[in-house]
Design a protein around this ligand. Sequence first.
Ligand SMILES: NC(=O)c1ccc[n+]([C@@H]2O[C@H](COP(=O)([O-])OP(=O)(O)OC[C@H]3O[C@@H](n4cnc5c(N)ncnc54)[C@H](OP(=O)(O)O)[C@@H]3O)[C@@H](O)[C@H]2O)c1
Length: 332
Amino acid sequence: MPANPPVMQAVIQDGYGAPERVLQLAETEVPSIGVGDVLVRVRATSVNTPDWATVAGAPYIMRPGIGLRRPRRPVRGSDIAGVVQAVGQNVTDLAPGDEVLGSTRNHAGAFAQYAAAPATQLASKPAGLSFTDAAASVMCGLTALVAVRDVARVSAGTRVLVNGASGGVGTMAVQIARTLGAEVTGVCGTGSIELVRSLGADHLIDYTKEDFTQSRQRFDVILDNVLNHPPTAVVRALAPGGTFIPNSLGYTGGLFAGLPRMARAVLMGLGPASVKTVTPAMTRENLAALLRLLESGQVKVVIAQTYPLGQAARAVTHMLAHHPGGKIAITV
Ligand SMILES: NC(=O)c1ccc[n+]([C@@H]2O[C@H](COP(=O)([O-])OP(=O)(O)OC[C@H]3O[C@@H](n4cnc5c(N)ncnc54)[C@H](OP(=O)(O)O)[C@@H]3O)[C@@H](O)[C@H]2O)c1
């Protein structure tokens, strides 16, 4: 077994605010692992909403939980793909040298050369899948999979609308719903229309020209990754018995403007509309199901741009513009 290096390069967050100001590449200790953990030499990671939200330290209400002046866990990132460096004594089915993908301990620590992850949150990476695609598929792919397959229970002929169809979650959701035989409507901006069409969406709505909540069309499922409309308006676009999945902290109309909308939407679940949230479990079973879709070629990971670890701040800034056109990946 190779000896664990004592120090590594990682992107350390000191304070909250603009990524370029608070994120710096620096030397730090390699994380220790528990008996059920795996130390992974990270080859790629990707940026997700919780990463940029923690960099911004917004909304303020979450600061007592994550650290008042700076985050208690200073390294961002949860998606990882890489090579096993060492395993805890209870891990019997992974060994140094294995290529894996999955999610880090406590959704942190991935923007680094080495990261610790519970073995239960890792799966073997298929040889044909690149480290970049593998890492970028994890959080958004599992969110889309659980939303479409388990929460919405989409099947052949289900009319699914995906708002934010061109983002990390949306690009996955459009494709996964299509594999289940759904009739998919993708809502995105003008510059993303061709991308979402290429993913197999049956119908496209350009949000700069048309408001889907004002259309006469009705949908069995609305997966809303943007929450830029009042929940009452979204629910009106549902067919009887339809399901509304509000899946966004919201960032149109002000950062986190969607939080109160989300709360209202969840409360509306007590009424006639079926409002359900999605909490994807980072389990081996879910990772295996996602990998089957990726390996079969039915679903592909859309990488909008890749940054080296030293430019992680630029990667987070890119995400903060909210028009990534797929996933923003970081290679290590
Ligand atoms: N439940 C969970 O565990 C979980 C996990 C991951 C993410 N999420 C949530 O899912 C949401 C989406 O995440 P993501 O990674 O897919 O985000 P993303 O990659 O940043 O995508 C943003 C999407 O929003 C669209 N958009 C931006 N501005 C808009 C506007 N003014 N009006 C309408 N649409 C607009 C973009 O469309 P264009 O680029 O085409 O303009 C794009 O499709 C986040 O809010 C996040 O909190 C939840």
